[in-house]
Ligand binder design. Structure first.
Ligand SMILES: CC(C)(COP(=O)(O)OP(=O)(O)OC[C@H]1O[C@@H](n2cnc3c(N)ncnc32)[C@H](O)[C@@H]1OP(=O)(O)O)[C@@H](O)C(=O)NCCC(=O)NCCSC(=O)CC(=O)CCCCCCCCCCCCC(=O)O
Ligand SMILES: NC(=O)C1=CN([C@@H]2O[C@H](COP(=O)(O)OP(=O)(O)OC[C@H]3O[C@@H](n4cnc5c(N)ncnc54)[C@H](O)[C@@H]3O)[C@@H](O)[C@H]2O)C=CC1
Length: 725
């Protein structure tokens, strides 16, 4: 709701809808009523609009988009009503003014902001565009380049930048409300025409059309199949070509297109899913309400390879003092150099970075080979080679050295947390913290609890994720946890498709066209083919421990492709060796070129194994890769490894480059329709009976049998979940 109060000559309208003053229909109605009351009251000479509890408004109530016509119809006209007021209206911006909230402020004649406030038009991130005339007013106020940047990226800008852009008239460090009332009193009686943005021309840019054409290319490249950025662009372009009223009509048309595209629904689902997973719970009932996090005043990272370097960087950026440990001086020096380089790059991206990060101070970041320095840390993150014996040795040592309360975390990508914990005297304090590469960039932190992990340990790891500005997702313990476990059948199908007749570039293209940042073969080359090879050797699937006489393309009675092993045996580890599934310009090169050697190798391989090469169309590539991944997701849900499909979706969006505008794999399955997913899996499974990943999961079958319920009801069809805590 909005609260109307009349003080002296200035009427105050306060937006009130905790926690972020989202603009629901009720809030809009009372805003409109307040404006009309102020207009009708001759003793009111000016109006000030602010938000309750130090927040202006986070915009339209996103949940209200399920009744879009009513919400849509309401906001634009209210912004116009504000602007056309004959009494000056001042926006007092505290906290956030986002989306429709900023559009309300743009309708005001003056804007004053607290120095710590943030502003933005993030509609693009939820699949929409600023549909309350924001695409037409903002370019008139701050110019086309800056408006285009804000509207097509959805970024939030700080008040200081807003002032430089002319988005606000003034910023204050003290009481914004009092300052806004002072300003409102000062401007009483001044002409309002020049303050009405709809009446202003759009500032000219030299060679506007060429500028816009270039901007469109950039917007399309970054959108990767997401519609909203391009339609945001078109709405801003309309502002440069048409009068205000016509631009508004175009904005409304484009808004409607987005609203009915399905992408908006997926992105809004993803928005709420990310917030839902913060409220973690385990099958045995542990949650925030039963556990408080322990403070992490000092941490340690063991192993300064690819992952350790990124984890150290993340901790330094979060201002957590730490010790970084390696196995010997040579690796320590190598790791230190790499970490320093990363930190320098990060510091350059931040205002006042070097001082803020303070990474040259040994009290904040200490490099060592001495385990004794880990005595007083509150939390350790182990990131040594993926080898169970080594990890157990390290954890045994840690449990002897670290203080009793210290939390012991492992960054393993697949190994059993319980087995690692068994090497310690405190299994309740052992937990998986699975970062994603590059660890200082990727937002996902998969948090894995073992059989004995305490709720306090989970709460502490979740709190750490928040401090590192990451999305923590709590999951149970199984081989590969959630993310990698779902990835195995996906990559397996991709390789089987090569055996049957496809090529890496064809498979990658289909999945990149779907919206993945990078296809499975480019991804394997980037991560290093040797990583999986080592793991398969450890599992006895290849290498010297493979029993003599094992069929080349079968393991434990199931289909197996030795193709990745054969590449590794040729020294083809991916980018690091300049060749893998593709050819690269040099070792460490990034430009993947299809490799005639590999094509020839695949033909020979098929000949050797008597495989008839066949043409595989895009539909089959997409369905076999995606549906096998989704199928594994259903198995994970049925086993109680994750508490809901949202967890799987948040993991895939934030850790595996799944296109957010498709809402995550489980949401995507719900949009395709579970009966179709099941039918396709049945078809592929019949064609490949020796591939368990294609065999439909019992939970998927059950959901289809009960009538394909909506995603939010899926979990209610599980009779009981196995407790992992
Ligand atoms: C605000 C944040 C930055 C806060 O972050 P943080 O502190 O980290 O807290 P959170 O946990 O994120 O949030 C707390 C809590 O609040 C919930 N929440 C946040 N924002 C919203 C929101 N906007 N709506 C609803 N709920 C919200 C959040 O979910 C949390 O609750 P929980 O889930 O229970 O834990 C951060 O939250 C943030 O970034 N928020 C999103 C900001 C955003 O995206 N805003 C844009 C909203 S869309 C918008 O404003 C659209 C418009 O421009 C207006 C369109 C008008 C329509 C025009 C239609 C045109 C004509 C069509 C044709 C009509 C035809 C006809 O009428 O006939
Ligand atoms: N590389 C990746 O993309 C990802 C890897 N992981 C996991 O992270 C862990 C580390 O992987 P990477 O960083 O890729 O490996 P890496 O090989 O790049 O680095 C491992 C580091 O550990 C050090 N080390 C080995 N034994 C040690 C000991 N006893 N004491 C101290 N340091 C020791 C090595 O010297 C090396 O620098 C593994 O468990 C891996 O599965 C998890 C997510 C992604």
């Amino acid at each position: 709701m909005a609260q109307y109060a009349r003080g002296s000559a200035v009427a105050v309208i306060r937006l009130r809808n905790p926690p972020v003053n989202a603009l629901s229909l009720a809030v809009l109605q009372t805003l409109e009523d307040g404006l009309k009351k102020a207009d009708a009251d001759p003793s009111v000479k000016a109006v000030m609009i602010c938000g309750e509890n130090g927040k202006f408004s986070a915009g339209a109530d996103i949940r209200g988009f399920s009744s879009p016509k009513r919400l849509g119809g309401a906001l634009g006209p209210i912004v116009s009503l504000i602007e056309s007021s004959e009494k000056p209206v001042v926006a007092a911006i505290e906290g956030v003014a986002l989306g429709g909230g900023l559009e309300v402020a743009l309708g005001c004649h003056y804007r004053i902001a607290h120095v710590k406030a943030r502003m933005g038009l993030p509609e693009v991130t939820i699949g929409l565009l600023p549909g309350a005339e924001g695409t037409q007013r903002l370019p008139r106020l701050i110019g086309v380049p800056a408006a285009l940047d804000m509207i097509t990226t959805g970024k939030h800008i700080p008040a200081t930048e807003a002032l430089k852009l002319g988005l606000v008239d003034e910023i204050v460090e003290e009481n914004t409300i009092e300052a806004a009332i002072r300003l409102a009193n000062k401007v009483i009686g001044q002409p309002l025409g020049p303050r009405r943005l709809s009446l202003k021309p759009v500032p000219k840019v030299p060679n506007m059309e060429a500028f816009l054409d270039e901007a469109l290319v950039k917007v399309k490249r970054q959108a990767r199949g997401c519609l909203a950025p391009e339609l945001c662009f078109q709405a801003v372009r309309a502002a440069t070509q048409s009068p205000f009223a016509e631009g508004v009509r175009r904005e409304r048309e484009l808004f409607q297109v987005l609203l009915s595209s399905g992408q908006a629904q997926a992105l809004q689902y993803a928005f709420f899913a990310e917030r839902a997973v913060r409220r973690w719970a385990t099958p045995s009932g542990a949650s925030w309400s039963s556990a408080a996090p322990q403070p992490v005043r000092r941490a340690a990272v063991i192993g300064l390879g690819t992952m350790g370097q990124g984890i150290v960087t993340s901790l330094v950026k979060a201002n957590i003092p730490l010790v970084a440990l390696e196995q010997d001086l040579e690796n320590l020096n190598k790791g230190r150099k790499a970490v320093m380089l990363l930190l320098q790059r990060e510091a350059m991206k931040m205002e006042g970075g070097a001082q803020i990060l303070d990474f040259h101070n040994p009290a904040h970041l200490q490099f060592t080979v001495d385990f004794d320095l880990l005595r007083d840390v509150d939390l350790v993150i182990e990131a040594v080679f993926e080898n169970m014996a080594l990890k157990k040795e390290i954890f045994h040592k840690l449990s002897k050295i670290c203080k009793p309360g210290a939390l012991l975390c492992t960054n393993t990508s697949a190994l059993n947390i319980d087995e690692i914990a068994s090497a310690t005297n405190r299994p309740q304090q052992v937990i998986g913290t699975h970062f994603f590469s590059p660890a200082h960039v990727m937002r996902l932190l998969e948090i894995i609890y073992g059989r004995h992990t305490s709720p306090t340990a989970i709460a502490t790891a979740m709190q750490l994720a928040k401090a590192l500005k990451k999305v923590g997702v709590v999951v149970g313990n199984c081989f590969g946890f959630v993310g990698n476990r779902m990835m195995f059948p996906y990559v397996q199908q991709a390789v089987f498709l090569l055996e049957e007749g496809s090529r890496p570039e064809a498979v990658d293209q289909v999945l990149e066209d779907f919206g993945f940042k990078i296809g499975p073969f480019r991804m394997s080359d980037l991560a290093g083919l040797d990583v999986g090879w080592r793991s398969r050797k450890d599992q006895g699937l290849t290498g010297p421990s493979l029993p003599a006489g094992t069929p080349a393309r079968q393991r434990h009675g199931q289909r197996y492709s030795p193709l990745p092993d054969l590449l590794c045996e040729q020294g083809r580890f991916g980018q690091k060796t300049a060749r893998g599934w593709y050819l690269y310009e040099k070792a460490g090169g990034r430009t993947a070129t299809p490799d005639p050697w590999l094509h020839n190798f695949l033909s020979q391989y098929r000949d050797t194994h008597g495989i008839q090469t066949r043409f595989i169309d895009q539909e089959e590539i997409l369905e076999r890769c995606l549906f096998s991944l989704i199928n594994e997701g259903f198995a994970i849900l049925a086993e109680g490894i994750a508490s809901g499909p949202e967890h799987l979706d948040v993991i895939y969006i934030n850790g595996y480059g799944w296109p957010e505008h498709r809402g995550g794999p489980m949401f995507y399955a719900s949009t395709v329709g579970l009966p179709r997913v099941l039918a396709k899996l049945q078809k592929y499974s019949e064609a490949h009976p020796d591939v368990p990943g294609l065999r439909p999961s019992a939970f998927l079958k059950k959901l289809v049998a009960v009538g394909n319920p909506p995603l939010k009801e899926w979990m209610s069809y599980l009779s009981q979940q196995s407790s992992k805590l």
